[in-house]
Design a protein around this ligand. Structure first.
Ligand SMILES: [Zn+2]
Ligand SMILES: [Zn+2]
Length: 243
């Protein structure tokens, strides 16, 4: 299988600076799975690392010499929203024969990186590494309890006629994390796996430190009936999520 990552790897013959690895692919898998003393990382940091290698290669080809601090900042602008600063950079890049929008288009998204690791390279990793086990377990416990509590009221809802078909309903509890700044959301599991809640605002949130306002929990009861859990329990679960 060939994806955009493969195409870019071949096009730019991206170098690998770590002598422990023979290829960029090997290095990406080690970082993703947390082998060889690496901390297991999500798709986002790997995508950024990869894209910056591509950007560096493009800069080199056009004789644009920048420090890595500048490369980091310019990467943010290249991939960011329209702004006066981005326009300024666009003009500067144009002087070096580089088109900012074409550069942005050439870079890969985190979902492409996920596809590359999972499908092209057939790499796998444990859903939760040792360092995140207790957090994941805590949330799993909370959702199990929420489902049990919900199930416990279904038969009374059915017998009083408030929710006649409640008794046979399956109860599905999911913790969903929502971005406080836009409509992006992700299930707890997905967010942990890929390393962020919102691709757009993850950077800013990282800087501010993730605060309580960045998390919201949604519980749903499905299969023919719907019910909402009461506020106090919702707050409990938010507290154990602890974001
Ligand atoms: Zn690929
Ligand atoms: Zn957002």
């Amino acid at each position: 299988m060939v994806c955009k990552v493969d195409t870019l790897l071949e096009r730019y013959a991206l170098p690998i600076h770590d002598p422990a690895y023979d290829s960029v692919d090997e290095y990406l898998v080690a970082r993703w799975t947390g082998r060889d003393g690496h901390n297991a990382e999500g798709y986002k940091p790997l995508t950024e690392w990869f894209n910056k290698q591509v950007l560096r290669r493009r800069y080199d080809a056009h004789g644009r010499d920048v420090t890595s601090v500048h490369l980091d900042r310019e990467y943010e602008l290249v991939t960011g929203d329209a702004s006066a600063e981005r326009e300024e950079l666009a003009a500067d890049l144009a002087a070096d024969g580089l088109d900012i929008d074409r550069l942005a288009d050439e870079l890969v998204s985190w979902s492409t990186m996920r596809h590359h690791l999972k499908d092209c390279l057939d790499a796998t990793k444990e859903p939760a590494t040792a360092s995140t086990d207790w957090q994941t377990n805590t949330v799993e416990m909370a959702t199990t309890q929420a489902a049990e509590k919900t199930r416990s009221v279904l038969s009374s809802l059915a017998s009083t006629g408030r929710l006649p078909d409640a008794e046979g309903a399956d109860v599905d509890v999911q913790v969903e994390l929502r971005c406080p700044d836009c409509s992006a959301s992700a299930s707890f599991q997905t967010a942990v796996e890929r390393g962020y809640v919102c691709e757009t605002h993850a950077e800013e949130t990282n800087r501010e430190r993730v605060s309580e306002r960045s998390a919201a929990a949604l519980f749903g009861v499905f299969e023919g009936s719907r019910a909402l859990l009461n506020g106090p329990y919702l707050a409990d679960v938010l507290a154990v999520v602890g974001l």
